[in-house]
Ligand binder design. Structure first.
Ligand code: HEC
Ligand code: HEC
Length: 281
């Protein structure tokens, strides 16, 4: 009897020990998951930061080679919009910037760079450029007028109108010298060609604004994409102008508001542009 009870006690002790080990192991596995999950994303975030740094470095090289001639070595804008503008970088997300680089802006100097659209950049290179431009946001200067390169500052529309025929009289810059002096006159008399480019960008161009701000959603030919069709057979044909202007000014669900970017007259001109395209056969 005594021996039997002792054996029972021994057995019970052994069993308890194994149960203890079991609980211990279970607890260990249970702990390992959160620990693993805690380490892993940290590792991934590091890897991501590293990838971004190397993409930005790659993008900087591509930028100097392919973009700096028009957009300036620091993205400050020369014959083309300033891309280091805080307002531009806040307004455009990465996808929009990549899309602008890939598709270009039809009818402007900004050509399509994606291999898919006749350019020479792969989608990785476009991502690198986008990452580089995004990296400029850290100390981007205040440039709400980023669409107008520095030389264009101080010009008004009437001056631009008077110069409408400028490129034709390249040999006779006297008319230009008669103008009230502006900073522009001091800076860029080096080439007449440059003068032409600058003045073109001063006059508001509804078609160019449509191409740069609207085409990615409504299609280059207004036939719609993620945004609705605005063309000749669309619903918007039967809507009053004010209704379209209101949608553009204040936005609607997925449609962003342009109240901060465009004046009421500019929006009216875009509506007129839409009407003009709708009227085309
Ligand atoms: C030959 C001159 C030229 C070159 C080279 C050029 N661009 Fe442009 N880019 C322009 C002009 C001009 C515009 C403005 C077009 C318009 O809307 O009237 C523009 C517009 C843009 C915009 C849109 C800016 C905005 O305000 O919406 C981005 C982004 C851009 N370019 C990026 C690039 C990148 C990146 C490269 C190099 C791969 C590049 N560009 C090369 C002339 C150029
Ligand atoms: C990010 C994509 C996006 C951009 C950029 C965008 N739109 Fe839209 N737009 C939409 C969407 C989506 C709608 C439909 C909104 C709704 O009713 O829910 C819309 C609606 C409209 C409407 C109203 C159409 C109707 O029949 O009521 C007009 C007009 C319009 N957009 C013009 C423009 C113009 C002009 C621009 C550029 C200045 C522009 N949009 C830029 C996505 C966009």
């Amino acid at each position: 009897m005594m021996a039997g009870r002792e054996r029972d006690a021994e057995l019970e002790q052994a069993t308890n020990r194994w149960i203890g080990v079991g609980i211990g192991l279970t607890a260990l596995f249970a702990l390992m998951f959160p620990i693993y999950r805690w380490y892993e994303p940290a590792g991934r975030a590091d890897a991501r930061a590293e990838l971004e740094t190397s993409l930005a470095a790659q993008g900087a090289v591509l930028y100097q080679g392919s973009c700096a001639s028009c957009h300036g070595a620091q993205g400050q804008g020369v014959d083309a919009p300033a891309l280091n503008s805080r307002q531009f970088l806040e307004a455009a997300d990465d996808e929009q910037i990549a899309s602008l680089i890939a598709h270009g802006i039809p009818g402007t100097e900004m050509s399509a760079y994606s291999l898919d659209f006749g350019g020479f950049l792969t989608s990785e290179q476009i991502e690198a450029l986008t990452t580089y431009l995004r990296s400029l946001e850290l100390d981007a200067p205040d440039r709400p007028d980023w669409r107008f390169p520095p030389e264009a500052d101080g010009h008004d529309d009437s001056a631009a109108d008077e110069h409408g025929d400028e490129p034709a009289d390249v040999e006779a810059p006297t008319e230009h010298d008669d103008e009230a002096p502006t900073e522009h006159d001091d800076e860029s008399t080096d080439t007449q060609e440059e003068v032409g480019v600058v003045e073109e960008s001063v006059a508001f161009d509804a078609a160019a604004t449509y191409a740069s701000s609207c085409a990615r959603c409504h299609g280059a030919d207004l036939s719609g994409d993620t945004g609705p069709d605005l063309g000749a057979t669309s619903h918007s044909l039967s809507e009053p102008d004010e209704h379209l202007a209101e949608a553009i000014t204040f936005g609607r669900r997925e449609m962003p508001a342009f109240v901060d970017e465009l004046t009421a007259e500019e929006i009216d001109q875009i509506v007129a542009f839409i009407r003009q395209v709708q009227a085309e056969p």
